[in-house]
Design a binder for this molecule. Structure first.
Ligand SMILES: Cc1cc2nc3c(=O)[nH]c(=O)nc-3n(C[C@H](O)[C@H](O)[C@H](O)COP(=O)(O)O)c2cc1C
Length: 185
């Protein structure tokens, strides 16, 4: 059977920060079973969308770096978004990547063409405060994920990272269960 391809969109500037640690726990045991295709938003430096309208008629973009994204989106069966929350949203390099999915919005909602295969996703968010501030982010993702034919089937929120520096046992258990289900769907 073909190995599944999982696109990982990593939104933290820290390679060993909270987000990276949760992500590693999710993908760690599945590295041999799944092909992980990653974009590190801070390293890849994807150009922001400038609403130039070149994607109005077809899946294309005036900036060549779209090819990277297009190729990964076409290949992937699964998506993981792993990011800290910055001022109630995604850090700007990751937001740029999500905005560059606009050609798929045009395709699905304006031209009514569904060009990408169905994908399942999990959302990992870490944030400093102890209040659940994830709702706005989930709303942002609704339209973007609908455009790329993707459904969120699980989520891990690591809150209060300003204060708690360790991943507690409850979250560990949740991560383990989620990983088990996600990579076998
Ligand atoms: C510019 C900036 C904005 C932030 N905004 C928020 C915020 O709105 N709410 C919050 O709870 N934490 C906020 N944080 C804290 C981060 O989300 C938190 O430290 C996160 O766990 C860092 O993850 P990392 O170690 O993977 O980079 C912010 C941090 C930075 C640097």
């Amino acid at each position: 059977m073909r190995k599944k391809n999982c696109l990982v969109l990593f939104g933290s500037p820290h390679k060993n920060g909270f987000t990276a640690r949760v992500l590693e726990k999710i993908i760690g045991k599945s590295k041999n079973k799944v092909n992980f295709l990653s974009i590190n938003a801070y390293e890849q430096k994807i150009h922001p969308c400038i609403d130039c309208k070149s994607c109005n008629e077809e899946i294309t973009c005036r900036y060549d770096d779209f090819i990277i994204l297009k190729d990964l989106l076409e290949k992937s069966d699964l998506i993981i978004i792993a990011s800290p929350i910055y001022n109630m949203g995604f850090p700007s390099p990751l937001k740029s990547i999500l905005d560059r999915m606009q050609p798929y919005f045009m395709s699905k909602f304006i031209r009514k063409e569904n060009v990408l295969k169905k994908k399942k996703a999990i959302l990992i968010l870490t944030f400093g405060s102890k209040f659940n501030i994830t709702l706005d982010i989930k709303r942002q993702l609704e339209i973007i994920f609908a455009s790329i034919n993707t459904t969120i089937i699980g989520q891990i929120f690591l809150e209060n990272t300003d204060k708690h520096k360790v991943i507690d046992k409850n979250i560990e258990k949740k991560i383990e269960n989620l990983a088990k289900n996600f990579f076998t769907v």
